[in-house]
Design a protein around this ligand. Structure first.
Ligand code: NAP
Length: 388
């Protein structure tokens, strides 16, 4: 069993066109890349939410493999937001085509999906600061997933759909790990503790993944595979990033918790390994089911130490705040630090079993320390970190 606590040697996988597309398994073995793919890679592949942090690296992998990517975006006219995708396409053997699609607009993904064998559905809001969780999180996550899968039902060419779910669909609070069999989260576990009022982002991801499995079971043409990453870290490809991943590291590097950090553990994974997992979920023939994608368990203080090692001048926390103190002041400091959240997340162990993805998809993991340092460096270069 792998709990993701140990660092694994770096896999050299970067899909090359010949290896992915080759019908000859010998070539694939020589390249140490992947088994013969299920789908012929001459067909275009759809990626929803192409402007996103995770999607950027997924698209890079697909373009480097020489594929034609149908990229859905909300505003194809926003050239600044697409600049990194344009550059990636120019620098790779692949091709990118943009399609306008909003998650909430019925049928919006039909044109983009036409002719695709593989659909990678990454689009979903990832933020914790919302005014109305139903409108801002659940409706786009669940309604968007239903909308994309309804297009798959209408598109005969589609044979596999990869949905970017999350470990948030597996657990809501760290206390849920303790309640899981053996104290370890696996693909068998579902988040039953999140709601519209408690961890609403996690609730949106849980409801969206449940909807995806329901729709997958109602038909038998396309297979569903889900990728369930923990907190994704590492550099972004776009100039500006909306993903909550950046807020967490930015706030810590800017001294938000300099007096001390609550002892909260969670899973962490490098964005490039998450992208690799998506490509594998799309093209490894026997990929199936849910797949936890998690490299290491880290506490907030571990992330602070990683920042400190790379940038000692930054005012990151060096000590843990006792739970009673967090309990007293937390709710006054942040809306996210409710008493229920503190009770169920501070001083709880977080453990997840990542062995299914390693075994079935061939995922391996980079160390998180590098991802954190690169992320801080990148945000420093764009003036987002004071003192860098
Ligand atoms: P992100 O950079 O904010 O990307 C979210 C993407 O969703 C953006 O492309 C965004 O488009 C799109 N989107 C949001 N609302 C939309 C709507 N109504 N219609 C069409 N597109 C919409 O966040 P991310 O971190 O890359 O997240 C990508 C996926 O990974 C999400 O499904 C998220 O739940 C999942 N995930 C992320 C993490 C993590 O730690 N980052 C961990 C586990 C799972 P715009 O650019 O137009 O806003």
């Amino acid at each position: 069993m792998h709990w993701g606590m140990r660092r694994h040697s770096r896999l050299t996988f970067m899909p090359k066109r010949a290896a992915i597309a080759s019908p000859n398994p010998v070539n694939c073995q020589k390249a140490h890349i992947m088994p013969t793919p299920l789908f012929d890679t001459e067909n275009p592949v759809l990626v929803t939410g192409a402007t996103g942090y995770v999607a950027g690296w997924v698209i890079k992998g697909l373009l480097d493999a020489g594929l034609t990517v149908h990229a859905t975006v909300r505003d194809p006219g926003d050239s600044a937001k697409l600049a990194h995708l344009e550059k990636m396409a120019t620098d790779s053997p692949g091709t990118i085509r943009y399609f306008k699609a909003d998650l909430l607009q019925s049928g919006a993904f039909d044109d983009a999906m036409a002719g695709c064998r593989v659909v990678l559905h990454t689009a979903s809001p990832f933020t914790t600061s919302v005014a109305d969780p139903q409108r801002d999180l659940v409706d786009p996550a669940v309604g968007g997933t239903r909308n994309v899968l309804a297009s798959a039902n209408r598109t005969d060419s589609v044979g596999r759909v990869v949905v970017t779910s999350s470990c948030a669909a597996i657990y809501g609070d760290s206390a849920d790990c303790g309640a899981a069999p053996g104290g370890v989260l696996t693909e068998e576990v579902w988040n039953t503790s999140a709601s519209l009022t408690h961890n609403p982002y996690s609730y949106s991801k849980t409801m969206a993944e449940r909807a995806a499995w329901e729709m997958a079971e109602e038909q038998d043409r396309w297979q569903l595979v889900t990728v369930n990453p923990s907190l994704v870290l590492g550099p972004g490809l776009a100039r500006t990033q909306t993903s909550e991943s950046f807020n967490i590291i930015r706030q810590m590097a800017n001294g938000l918790m300099r007096t001390g950090a609550p002892n909260i553990e969670f899973g962490t994974v490098d964005v490039r390994d998450v992208a690799d997992a998506h490509v594998r979920a799309a093209y490894v023939p026997d990929a199936q089911g849910r797949n936890i994608v998690n490299a290491e368990t880290n506490a907030l203080l571990d992330l602070a130490a990683m920042i400190n090692d790379a940038y000692p001048a930054l005012r990151v926390p060096h000590n843990t705040l006792p739970k009673w103190m967090v309990w007293m002041v937390g709710p006054f400091l942040s809306r996210d630090l409710s008493r229920r959240f503190i009770e169920r997340n501070v001083d709880h162990d977080w453990r997840a079993d990542n062995s299914k993805g390693i075994r079935e998809l061939g995922i391996s993991y980079r160390p998180i320390k590098t991802a954190v340092a690169e992320m801080v460096s990148q945000m420093g270069e764009s003036g987002q970190i004071r003192g860098l």
